[in-house]
Design a protein around this ligand. Structure first.
Ligand SMILES: [Zn+2]
Length: 255
């Protein structure tokens, strides 16, 4: 008997400043059958403009949310503005691997709670009720998790799993993403996406993590178009909240 498999398509870094690139990725998804998508919205991406001061952006995202999209909170500024890392490992993780985007990587509980609360309030004020929070670059400190468990949010995620809140059950959900910061990274990414999608073919729940910069590179867009089209042949697309609702009962308690 074949088991139904699922796919979460997630668009990261959604903000007024990135919206033109986001639209190109969303147009690609329309061509692929218009599957449900989860939009990770950043309230004030790199301090380049708050979502509640951008009416055109709001109207576009709101229309999408009414039709087929879930909105989740994705940091507040999406920028690691904490004091410089002291150890080589922390420097590698925060400055090289994630290019200084890990806003929540070092925050203590109070600081994390404050930013999550501010972000959640801004989204609520414009009329978007959210169930999920994803720390930028999937880097959440211990304080971030402590703060999340005290909110009304239902899930967060890492690079490999969805985590229910507040009970922190782990739902395995490996994520395919591309790295586009240099030509060699883009070449490796195309091989990586093909290889990992084969390796993870048996995974009941798979995620696609799209980023606005992907839309700037035709070879990456071509790769995504082919891969997502293939995956949608034998997987049902769900938003993250739908995936959590479907899989949480079977997930082991506390990761
Ligand atoms: Zn991000």
């Amino acid at each position: 008997m074949s088991v139904t498999k699922h796919l979460c398509i997630v668009l990261h870094d959604v903000a007024p400043a990135t919206w033109p690139a986001c639209r190109r990725l969303l147009d690609m998804l329309v061509d692929l059958g218009d599957p449900p998508v989860t939009l990770l919205v950043v309230p004030d991406f790199h301090g380049r403009g708050r979502i509640d001061t951008a009416p055109d952006f709001f109207r576009s995202v709101d229309a999408l949310a009414a039709r087929r999209a879930e909105i989740a909170l994705h940091g507040y500024f999406h920028r690691d503005d904490a004091p410089s890392p002291r150890s080589p490992g922390a420097w590698l993780r925060r400055r090289i691997l994630t290019a200084g985007e890990g806003e929540f990587s070092t925050l203590d509980r109070d600081a994390a709670a404050c930013r999550i609360d501010d972000g959640q309030h801004m989204l609520t004020r414009v009329g978007w009720n959210i169930a999920g929070f994803v720390p930028p670059a999937w880097l959440g400190s211990r304080g971030t998790y402590e703060a999340l468990c005290a909110t009304t949010l239902r899930y967060t995620s890492t690079h490999t799993a969805l985590i229910t809140l507040p009970d922190q059950r782990r739902i395995a959900a490996p994520c395919l993403t591309a790295s586009t910061r240099s030509a060699w990274r883009r070449s490796v990414s195309r091989i990586w996406l093909r290889t990992m999608s084969s390796l993870w073919a048996a995974s009941p729940l798979l995620r696609i993590g799209l980023h606005p910069d992907d839309a700037l590179h035709p070879e990456i867009m071509m790769c995504w178009r082919k891969l997502i089209g293939t995956l949608l042949h034998d997987r049902i697309a769900l938003t993250k909240s739908q995936a959590v609702a479907h899989y949480e009962c079977a997930a082991p308690a506390r990761c």
